[in-house]
Design a protein. Structure first.
Length: 217
């Protein structure tokens, strides 16, 4: 039987009922989710051909340098977000459009890998009677980040897929979407908090919970 999380999944900060332990675990989990997502994209870009002579701008393993202002606000408002966009040169790829999409989806894939590790460690510690609330939160936030990357707005991975599927004649629209995407996602997260039934959460949250409980065991 799976054991339950100490918090709802997905977890969203509630300023009116803020608990220090949950808020601390959430902040740690966000930093790890952002770090793994960004470095995962950098790793994929490198092995696919966009290697850099001085890769410190991508491989510095400092979560704070990967934070995006709007992405971080989105985590606080909606429980999910994104890192600062990793610089990628598609011209160095053998198949630019395909490899760019793979690079962007490497972020949420690495989030799922982090979630798997956190879930395994949490399960082991639980059997030893040392339950780790932080690991459970890392699991929940990582899965939430991965699943919400399916939203078809950049800078989320699903948004880059849509951008590459659009014909070249929509170049202006692509530029507008790239610029407006973060604001639209943040607006969506705010609407999710205001709408009792939610807009995308009824479709994505059941998937998040299913993956969460599967990885937790």
């Amino acid at each position: 039987m799976p054991f339950e999380s100490a918090w709802p999944v997905p977890f969203i900060l509630d300023p009116l009922h803020l608990e220090v332990g949950s808020a601390t675990a959430f902040c740690i989990s966000v930093l790890l989710a952002v770090l793994v997502n960004a470095e995962g994209q950098a790793f994929a870009a490198t092995i696919l051909g966009d290697a850099r002579q001085n890769p410190q701008d991508r491989f510095h393993f400092n979560a704070f340098l990967h934070l995006s202002l709007l992405g971080t606000i989105c985590y606080l408002v909606g429980g999910f977000g994104w890192p600062r966009t990793i610089d990628v040169d598609p011209g160095k790829f053998k198949h630019p459009r395909t490899y760019l999409v793979i690079t962007r989806f490497a972020g949420p894939i690495f989030n799922l890998l982090l979630a798997s590790i956190a879930g395994t460690l949490a399960s082991v510690l639980k059997t030893l009677n040392y339950p780790s609330r932080v690991l459970v939160m890392v699991l929940g936030v990582s899965v939430t980040t991965a699943v919400y990357n399916l939203i078809i707005l950049p800078p989320l991975a699903g948004g880059f897929l849509i951008l590459e599927l659009l014909p070249a004649r929509f170049a202006t629209g692509k530029r507008i979407l790239l610029q407006a995407g973060p604001l639209l996602i943040l607006a969506l997260a705010l609407l999710e908090r205001l709408q009792p039934q939610g807009l995308v959460s009824p479709y994505l949250n059941p998937l998040i919970r299913a993956i969460f409980h599967y990885l937790l065991g």
